[in-house]
Every structure is written in structure tokens, then in C-alpha cells.
Design a protein around this ligand. Structure first.
Ligand code: ADP
Ligand code: ADP
Length: 220
């Protein structure tokens, strides 16, 4: 379960603080999907960073599976984030010097040497995203859509409670974008994960579940 209650976020500026989120609340159960739409600068990435435990709110609380991540120590939080949350970004953030399989294994490499079972799981995920034959290739040898598929597989490696997608199809042509959207929805449903997508694309938002709009820092 993901819950955010009365989230406010301000950034300090030389003048008065910039209030980016104003009393944002949401609650999602396992398997639920939420798409947050809003114009550039509305605070979508800020909200996603908070839900992803990468940045603390100025006030308000976040709970993921009954844990308040911002009460954890830094080490505990890094571990918690790695286990509970899968991130998918617009520009996929693959490491160019690692193979496709190694890129999928990054969340496991972060906590030590991956077990045979984890390597098998990564291989299965590559199969499910249609890239089994590319596991030893480098990201530079893949198309944009294929790279995004790798990013989807990587986000799912640790069987996260929560998948956070920030403009996941932003750099793709519409045909490829549709394929990635379908894939993401299929895997999310199979894994019964919560999926939160932020985008300024109304088309993408419409495909990604229940829709809410972020405008002037308020979610409605
Ligand atoms: P970003 O870098 O935040 O993705 P873009 O570079 O895609 O923003 O934005 C390009 C232009 O489109 C900018 O002028 C931006 O303000 C505008 N824009 C972005 N999203 C929307 C939207 N949902 N509605 C109207 N204008 C938008
Ligand atoms: P969106 O993702 O909807 O485009 P953002 O969350 O990136 O919106 O940004 C919302 C507002 O907060 C923008 O005015 C942006 O300039 C500001 N902002 C974002 N991050 C920071 C930061 N680290 N420090 C100061 N201002 C920020």
C-alpha cells in the first residue's frame, strides 16, 4: 500500500520559498494505477521524487507498506528504496559500459553479488520484455524502444511494491510508445504492483489508469 498524506513541498529561493506542492494526498492499494498529468513545472517530478523516497516533503507523511521511509536511517532507506520501488525514467538511465543483462541486474548489484536465482529472474524478465536474444549486447547497440524495455525489466527486478514512471515514453515515436505502455501495464498487472506515472501527455495518462491533475501544486 502507498499513502501520501497532506504533502507540502517548498524549495528555498533567495526571495520567499517556492511552494511546489500544497496539501497533496493520495492512497493506492496493490495492483492499482494512477496517472498524474499536468503542465511542465506543475510539480510532477517533485511529487514522484517524494513518493520514490528520494526527497523528503517539507511536511506531510508518506507510507509504503506501513513504513514511513523518511523515519529510516540513510542506510535503511537506501535498502528500503531498492527493495520496494522500481523507477522508470524518460531517458532510461542505462549504464553504457554494462551489458543488457547487467543493466537489469543493477538493483541487485547494489546489494552485493547477485545469486543464480536473481540472474535467472533477470533473464526471465528480459524474455518477458522481448529482449532475451539481446542480453549480452551493450545499450549502444539497442534502439530507443529496446532501451526503454531494458529499463522496464530493471525496474521490476526486485519485485517492487511500487513502480514509478516519469514520462516513460517521452522520447519514443507513438508506435514504440504504445508498445512500451502495453508492456508496462502487462507486467504491472502480473506483478500486482502499484504503478504511478507522471506525464504531460494526456494520451499517455489516459492509458495509465485513474487520472489526476496536478496544477498549482494541488492534485485533483
Ligand atoms: P519538459 O522539459 O518539462 O518536458 P518540454 O521541453 O517538453 O518540457 O516543454 C516544451 C514546451 O511545451 C514548453 O514551452 C512547455 O512549457 C510546454 N508544455 C509542456 N507540457 C505542456 C502541457 N501539458 N500543456 C501545455 N504546454 C506544455
Ligand atoms: P514538473 O515535473 O511538473 O515539470 P517539477 O517538479 O520539476 O515540475 O518542478 C516544479 C517547480 O519546482 C518548478 O518551478 C521548478 O523550477 C521547481 N524546482 C524543481 N526542483 C527544484 C529544486 N531542486 N530547487 C528549486 N526549485 C526546484
Amino acid at each position: 500500500m502507498l499513502s501520501a498524506k497532506n504533502i507540502f513541498k517548498s524549495y528555498p529561493t533567495p526571495a520567499e520559498p517556492l511552494e511546489v506542492l500544497r496539501d497533496v494526498s493520495l492512497e493506492l492499494d496493490a495492483g492499482e494505477r494512477l496517472a498524474i498529468v499536468g503542465p511542465s513545472g506543475a510539480g510532477k517530478s517533485t511529487l514522484l521524487q517524494i513518493l520514490g523516497t528520494l526527497d523528503a516533503p517539507t511536511s506531510g507523511t508518506v507510507q509504503i507498506n506501513q513504513t514511513d521511509p523518511f523515519q529510516l536511517s540513510e542506510t535503511e532507506l537506501a535498502h528500503f528504496r531498492n527493495r520496494q520501488i522500481g523507477f522508470i525514467f524518460q531517458d532510461h538511465h542505462l549504464l553504457p559500459q554494462l551489458t543488457v543483462l547487467e543493466n537489469v541486474l543493477i538493483p541487485a548489484l547494489a546489494i552485493g553479488r547477485p545469486s543464480e536465482e536473481t540472474i535467472q529472474h533477470a533473464t526471465d524478465l528480459l524474455e518477458r520484455v522481448g529482449l532475451a536474444s539481446r542480453s549480452t549486447h551493450l545499450p549502444g547497440e539497442l534502439s530507443g524502444g529496446e532501451k526503454e524495455r531494458v529499463a522496464v525489466a530493471r525496474a521490476l527486478l526486485n519485485r517492487p511494491t511500487l513502480i514509478l514512471a516519469d514520462e516513460p515514453t517521452g522520447n519514443l515515436d507513438s508506435h514504440t510508445a504504445q508498445a512500451i505502455t502495453d508492456l508496462l501495464l502487462k507486467l504491472q498487472a502480473e506483478e500486482n504492483a502499484i504503478l504511478v506515472t507522471v506525464t504531460h501527455s494526456k494520451d499517455l495518462a489516459a492509458a495509465m489508469g485513474q487520472q489526476k491533475t496536478l496544477l498549482d501544486g494541488r492534485l485533483s
